[in-house]
Structures are given as structure tokens and as C-alpha cells.
Design a protein around this ligand. Structure first.
Ligand SMILES: [Zn+2]
Length: 275
């Protein structure tokens, strides 16, 4: 699943393309299952004849700012991808195609069809929406501080691994960066969130930012099929220290890395280094 660095890589890539201010003239749905707050007709009426002004992200959400203040959000979930192709090029699992006046198209592609697309009349409606309103701080937000985390963690009896995946606390961390962050912090994924100290909260923030910045430099982590553009993958998987390294040696102490499921999510960690 694309996490903050993969979404950031995709947004950076999209922002370097030449579709800005070019009119969207036609939408083709192969499957409209991704539309969550509009019908096909509403979506077509909303988007057609508008242009894309800019693209940014909030956590794992990609935000398309259109002309007339309109906004589209896309969440890729497990396998969503966005491609910018010639009008006659084909992606593997297209669900929605946005045809532009320059004989090109933007394609939302998703083999699993778990992604979501929402529309909002304006920025305030986006901020007030249930999907955005509940999000916590983003990894590089100034407002993400050790005190903020400590306060979020203090009544949490659940395991720290589960808490780090909670998008209402930090928006953008998924399974890969949660495992990597806890390894760098030497914190056991089983530790209760309420038992994490202020100093450890600061370490979580520092290490999370460090790993994510490195990942963004390497255009994200490709473990299953993530691509930020057609046939363009990330390479940060080469630098992962625990994720995907079950039964291999810990790069810090040499012990065999353990793998278990915590709240249904695969978790790789070092029993010896992480306390
Ligand atoms: Zn170790």
C-alpha cells in the first residue's frame, strides 16, 4: 500500500507533467466503484470542462485542485495508481479515464478496486469532510511534536505498532514505515502506546522523518507493485532494515528477525534490539 513517501513521489511526478490548465473533455468509467460521494453523472458534470490547477497531498490522500475551486481527492488504498498516458495508450487495470484536450489522458488504475475518489465543491468542504477532518498530523508537520504524540498515546492501551498505523494520530504512516521506525527507535512493536516516553516520542518523529525523507529521495518503496508512473518503480526497498526481512539477520545485532501479526498486520522486528 502506498504510504506518505510513495504518495509524495507520485504527487511530485504529477506536478512535473504538462496537463495543468488543459481542459478535461471526457470521462470514461470502466468501473465506477471507486466513486464514494457522487454518481457517475454527478462526477462527469463536476469534472468535465474544468482544468487541473495543482496537486498536493494530505496524508495518503492525493488532492487535485481544479478550476472554479473544485477539488477531487483520490486515495490509492492497496493497488491504486495514477498514470498520464497518450489517449491511445493502455494501462492494465483502468477504472476511470480523464481525457484531456491535448490528446492525452489521466488514468486511475486499480487491480483491487479498493481506492476511493471523492469530489468537493471547495476547499472548506474538503477540510470539513469526514475523510480529511479525522486525520492527525502529517509526518513533516511542525505541529507533530513529542508532546502531541505523548498526549495521543497516553490513554492508548493498544500496542504501539497498531497506534502508529492510526491515521488520526499521524496521517501517512503504513506498515512499512511503522516497522522501520520502531526498529530504528529500538522500541518493541508489542509495547503499549501509553508506556512510550516523551523522549521515545521524539525519536519516533525523528526516525520516521529520516526514513521517509530517504524513501522520497529513492522515489518510494516498491514491494508489491507500487509505481509512481507507468513502468517507474521506487527503489527504497533496497534500504529497508526490517520490513520484508523475516528470518534474515538483524542488521544491528545479527539475531534472526521475527515476524508476527499484530492486529492483523504483518510485523517484522528484532526481539533482541527492540524492547
Ligand atoms: Zn537486533
Amino acid at each position: 500500500m502506498p504510504e506518505f513517501p510513495e504518495v509524495k513521489t507520485l504527487v511530485n511526478w504529477l506536478n512535473h507533467q504538462d496537463f495543468f490548465s488543459i481542459k478535461i473533455n471526457k470521462i470514461i468509467f470502466i468501473d465506477a466503484i471507486v466513486l464514494k460521494n457522487s454518481t457517475k453523472k454527478q462526477f462527469i458534470d463536476f469534472v468535465c470542462n474544468e482544468t487541473i490547477k495543482k496537486i498536493s497531498q494530505i496524508g495518503k490522500f492525493i488532492i487535485f485542485y481544479l478550476s472554479n475551486g473544485k477539488i477531487i481527492t483520490i486515495h490509492l488504498r492497496l493497488e491504486g495508481k495514477i498514470f498520464y498516458l497518450s489517449a491511445n495508450e493502455k494501462s492494465k487495470f483502468p477504472l476511470v479515464e480523464f481525457y484531456l484536450d491535448n490528446d492525452k489522458k489521466i488514468v486511475y488504475d486499480d487491480s483491487r478496486k479498493f481506492g476511493t475518489i471523492n469530489i468537493y465543491d471547495n476547499y472548506q468542504k474538503l477540510l470539513d469532510s469526514s475523510e480529511i477532518k479525522k486525520l492527525g498530523k502529517q509526518p513533516f508537520d511542525q505541529a507533530l511534536t513529542a508532546n502531541y504524540l505523548l498526549n495521543c498515546f497516553k490513554n492508548k492501551n493498544q500496542k504501539i505498532k497498531t497506534t502508529l498505523l492510526d491515521q488520526t494520530i499521524i496521517a501517512g504512516i503504513g506498515n512499512i514505515y511503522a516497522d522501520e521506525t520502531l526498529f530504528l527507535c529500538k522500541i518493541s512493536p508489542f509495547r503499549k502506546a501509553k508506556d512510550v516516553s516523551l523522549d521515545e516520542c521524539q525519536q519516533i518523529i525523528n526516525n520516521c522523518r529520516k526514513i521517509m525523507a530517504q524513501s522520497i529521495k529513492n522515489k518510494g518503496t516498491t514491494v508489491f507493485s507500487y509505481q509512481y508512473a507507468l513502468n517507474h518503480s521506487g527503489s527504497f526497498q533496497k534500504y529497508l532494515k526490517v520490513y520484508g526481512r523475516k528470518n534474515l539477520s538483524c542488521l544491528r545485532c545479527g539475531s534472526t528477525l521475527c515476524w508476527t501479526k499484530i492486529n492483523g498486520r504483518g510485523t517484522t522486528y528484532c526481539k533482541k534490539c527492540q524492547k
